[in-house]
Write a protein that binds this ligand. Structure first.
Ligand SMILES: [Zn+2]
Length: 460
């Protein structure tokens, strides 16, 4: 292998945490930004990646792996600061981004902050921003040439289905001498709708690996988890209770809706009213629209044909689900303050025959994490300023992850055989675990847990 490529990696946001993802790759002078996310838990300017760091570098392109806000939410601000950057993503991510960015900016600008709120960003500008997206489909390749270094051979970019949510992508970047693979958020095994990720069928030199689930031990299979889920639902329904499932409106809601429908059709759980609404319903229609343009377990799943009752903001705290056994799929997944799941949870927690089932990632600082990590009869406060609540209902967690588990992450490293492994998008203990496990199995590998703003030279 020739050594004359000059590649460096710099972390712009999301240092040893899950949120505000943003990374900068310099490949022979061409600047490629991977992701531009907001931190879901932080507020105002604090929630953005540190875009100032990019002033030290040439910037040409931004590749966006998918539309979760911790990957795309800061894109309007990145482009405001560096308007010349060309954005590339999949067609599905573009369609979802339109909904997600409008919603995220609406929410963040509603917050009244004492210090450093996000600058005002007009709605029309989001539409213009989406217009500028360049589309690259899964299994396609394009060549990108730097504005500043046109004489150097272009970089070939290929897109792989990441199996995480609709439109999610992994990116393979090839120079004459090096192959870099960025996983994005990745899910190797299939879910109810998504069919599992595809990966390059060749050895990689540099692997940029997400580590969301690396902190959690993998002890149970999806099949076993579904069995436990069925049993838990039946127990609550037999006692006349209802179940609140806090979900992300993008990805988790669609997967849970399809799973519940499958279980009802099989007779594993009774035919209950399932409540959905708001942003999640808008995104479900984009899932339906793209059911033939994306890799799915079954193209026949049409979410809008699954019977659903409408979550109604006006009678949220008095609706039928408080009287008739039902399942409510409400965002946010982490039960953030003033969201539908937050308002419902405050009341739900007081009913002893009810249950709250968590099914996704919980930030340790989120109200959802606090609920899950408390015991029955504990008195908790969901946020510092709210009333104390005694936990009377059942609380459980089911691993229906949209991410590869940590064994699958290790397996991917073994298959792709990178010489350099860069760990991103994870908690410090999780990344340490991956580092130790990989080093046990592969001796000749350089592992980087990047520090914010530090330019890590990968090749010289
Ligand atoms: Zn994601």
């Amino acid at each position: 292998m020739l050594k004359n490529d000059k590649i460096s990696f710099t972390l712009i946001g999301g240092e040893k945490e899950i949120g505000a993802n943003c990374y900068y790759l310099n490949v022979n002078g061409t600047g490629i930004i991977l992701e531009a996310g907001l931190h879901p838990e932080k507020k105002g300017i604090e929630s953005l990646p540190d875009f100032e760091i990019l002033k030290n570098f040439d910037t040409d392109y931004a590749l966006i792996s998918h539309s979760h806000i911790d990957h795309i939410g800061a894109l309007p601000y990145l482009i405001q600061k560096y308007p010349h950057i060309k954005i590339y993503t999949t067609p599905q991510t573009r369609d979802i981004a339109e909904v997600m960015l409008h919603n995220s900016l609406f929410l963040s600008q509603k917050e009244i902050l004492d210090t450093d709120p996000l600058p005002y960003y007009p709605r029309e500008q989001i539409d213009l921003l989406i217009e500028t997206f360049n589309i690259i489909k899964v299994k396609e390749s394009i060549e990108l040439e730097g504005y500043h270094h046109k004489s150097i051979k272009p970089i070939e970019i290929s897109v792989f289905d990441a199996g995480h949510i609709l439109g999610s992508a992994g990116f393979l970047l090839k120079t004459a001498n090096h192959k870099i693979f960025f996983t994005g958020d990745t899910c190797a095994s299939k879910q109810t709708i998504m069919a599992g990720a595809d990966y390059p069928n060749e050895n990689i030199d540099i692997l940029i690996l997400e580590c969301t689930t690396a902190t959690n031990e993998t002890t149970i299979t999806r099949k076993e988890e579904i069995k436990r889920f069925i049993k838990a639902i039946n127990k609550i329904v037999d006692n006349g209770g209802s179940i609140l499932i806090p979900v992300f409106a993008l990805g988790k809601l669609q997967e849970m809706l399809a799973l519940l429908n499958t279980l009802m059709k099989k007779g594993s759980i009774p035919e209950l009213d399932v409540y959905t609404g708001g942003l999640g319903t808008e995104i479900s229609s984009i899932y339906d629209l793209h059911r033939y343009t994306s890799k799915r377990t079954n193209n026949k799943i049409i979410l809008k044909n699954i019977p659903q009752s409408q979550l109604n903001q006006e009678n949220l705290l008095s609706d039928k689900y408080f009287k008739v056994p039902s399942i409510v799929l409400a965002s946010s997944g982490m039960v953030f303050e003033n969201t539908v799941s937050y308002l419902l949870a405050q009341r739900w927690l007081k009913y002893k025959n009810f249950a709250i089932f968590f099914v996704g990632y919980l930030d340790p600082k989120s109200p959802g994490y606090r609920i899950l990590n408390s015991n029955k009869n504990d008195v908790i406060k969901l946020t510092a300023s709210t009333e104390e609540i005694k936990i009377m209902c059942d609380v459980d967690y089911f691993r229906f992850s949209t991410h590869s588990n940590r064994e699958e992450l290790i397996n991917l490293v073994k298959i792709l055989k990178p010489k350099t492994l860069i760990l991103v998008h994870g908690e410090p203990e999780g990344m340490k675990w991956i580092q130790t496990k990989v080093q046990e199995k592969i001796t000749d590998i350089k592992i980087i847990i990047p520090e914010l703003g530090k330019e890590h030279q990968i090749t010289n």
